[in-house]
Write a protein that binds this ligand. Structure first.
Ligand SMILES: [Zn+2]
Length: 240
């Protein structure tokens, strides 16, 4: 619970800006539709139709049902995220209670924050630069030396994706592998296309070195965070 949403004006302002940090602090009931929502719900109620509730139980007691869009009854997870500069430009790290859940490179803070929100549509997102600092330091070290990071990870993906990401971390710095080699390494030699998709969905830039996967003919292939960054990473690692 937070004390930042004490008055109805504060609460309405949070709804107007779809404040993901307000989720869980209170619930928003909409008389006309008969539902209650998280403050960040994409729905756009009119102020005069809205009432505020401290708890979902209070909203239900008022005869409202849970919104199907924002699912206010699902447990709310908090992710702390922050930005930092690395030798490859701007980075965003997001950490759950379990570990590092997202580490991305980019050029634009707003676009990166949108990427975070899209990847974790139901999480409460709290900006916390201090909390993100260890992951960003590990990222910078990995860029500079190719070293792996000794951090708790919270990768969200299918079984196959997680097997691929683990196999990528077994590719030594300074070397590369093809998609077919990674497919064989996880015991799914036929799944080359799924391996390529898992590389493209890698949530942890550089720490899970999807940049070390190249085409069978040695061509760089794509990179989620820009092929120039991939080229720079591989050149650094070969030179080390
Ligand atoms: Zn809703």
């Amino acid at each position: 619970m937070t004390t930042a949403y004490q008055t109805d004006d504060d609460r309405w302002a949070a709804i107007e800006r779809r404040d993901r940090a307000a989720d869980g602090a209170f619930f928003c009931g909409v008389r006309t539709t008969g539902v209650y929502c998280r403050p960040s719900c994409a729905g756009r109620p009119l102020r005069r139709n809205v009432a505020f509730y401290e708890t979902r139980e209070a909203a239900r007691a008022a005869g409202l049902r849970a919104c199907l869009r924002c699912r206010p009854d699902e447990p709310i997870e908090t992710l702390a995220y922050g930005f930092g500069q690395t030798p490859l430009g701007l980075a965003l790290a997001a950490t759950s209670q379990t570990g590092l859940a997202l580490l991305i490179l980019g050029d634009d803070r707003a676009a990166m924050a949108e990427g975070l929100a899209a990847r974790f549509p139901r999480a409460r997102l709290v900006e916390d630069d201090d909390g993100a600092a260890p992951a960003l330091a590990a990222l910078t070290a990995a860029i500079q030396s190719g070293a792996g990071a000794d951090l708790a990870l919270d990768e969200r993906g299918t079984e196959l994706q997680r097997a691929v990401w683990k196999a990528l971390r077994d590719i030594p710095a300074g070397s590369t592998a093809s998609y077919a080699q990674v497919a064989r390494a996880i015991g799914r030699p036929e799944a080359v296309r799924a391996v390529a998709q898992a590389c493209g969905a890698n949530p942890l830039a550089v720490l899970t070195p999807c940049h070390r996967v190249v085409r069978s003919d040695g061509a760089l292939s794509g990179y989620r965070w820009g092929v120039e960054r991939k080229k720079a990473l591989l050149e650094r690692e070969r030179a080390a």
